[in-house]
Design a protein around this ligand. Sequence first.
Ligand code: TIU
Length: 303
Amino acid sequence: MRIVARGGKIAAASKAEGTKRGHFTYKFGFLSLGHRIGTLARLVLNVRGCDHPRISSNQRGVLMNVNRTVSVDAEPYSFEFEPAHCALLIIDMQRDFLEPGGFGEMLGNDVSRLRSTIEPNRRLLAAWRGEGLQVIHTREGHRPDLTDLPPAKKARGRSKTSIGDEGPMGRILVRGQPGHDIIPELYPLPTEPVIDKPGKGAFFATDLHAILQSRGIQKLVVTGVTTEVCVNTTVREANDRGFDCLVLADCVGSYFPEFQEMGLQMIKAQGGIFGWVSDSARMLAAIGRSAIRTLKLKVEGHE
Ligand code: TIU
């Protein structure tokens, strides 16, 4: 890019390449280099999260070539995906699991244990949306008439309140109630499908499989709660249907530290029997590397 400035006072700086063209008119070839460095610097900032205030919404979403393979450092080995064919699947980040008075607490759990997943999910979601990539949310819950609630699930736990009963956030685990909704920090955009599921797995009795197929999605980056219950069940279901899943350790949470540890081990053991495990920092770094590489190719005229 060449910028022609009129009426400027930077003749000295322009000497290397600038040529005087009439009164106060210079060519500033050096600005083109500065502009490139500035753009790259903004992209480096972008590695830390696309919600950086200096990155405009115009720059977001045009940074990554969605058909170019992105490689994420993971266990048991790198997870590779084409962004156009990969969705972020956020499992059940609902008030009923993460806030007091909901289903999680009714089962006798300390819900504060799950809240450390909120911030890494928020950063990841901002970056993912910033690149214009696909996001799908799920919610566990039942119809208000409870006709999709198996009696065995209603009776399980023998607690004095159960699914469908009134709690501080409305009827427990019932669709349309405040507790059933997704936490405000990760609230879905109108363009992001929300899968309402009656079970632990996101494929059982839902249209998730049809949505993935119609959108050409082959790989899933899975986050949410809880690691050993709905995340694990969904990853196993996805695996059997031919989808590759990457689970991000700091973006999934459990009420039990030992289940968090083992829930992740079970996925990546035996050469990745169900999928891959990484974390949000490694995913954000991979997104940032990919965006910078794409920009370099654009600047050099290869793309
Ligand atoms: N109880 C528990 O750990 N989880 C669930 O009941 N549902 C989900 O994991 N979403």
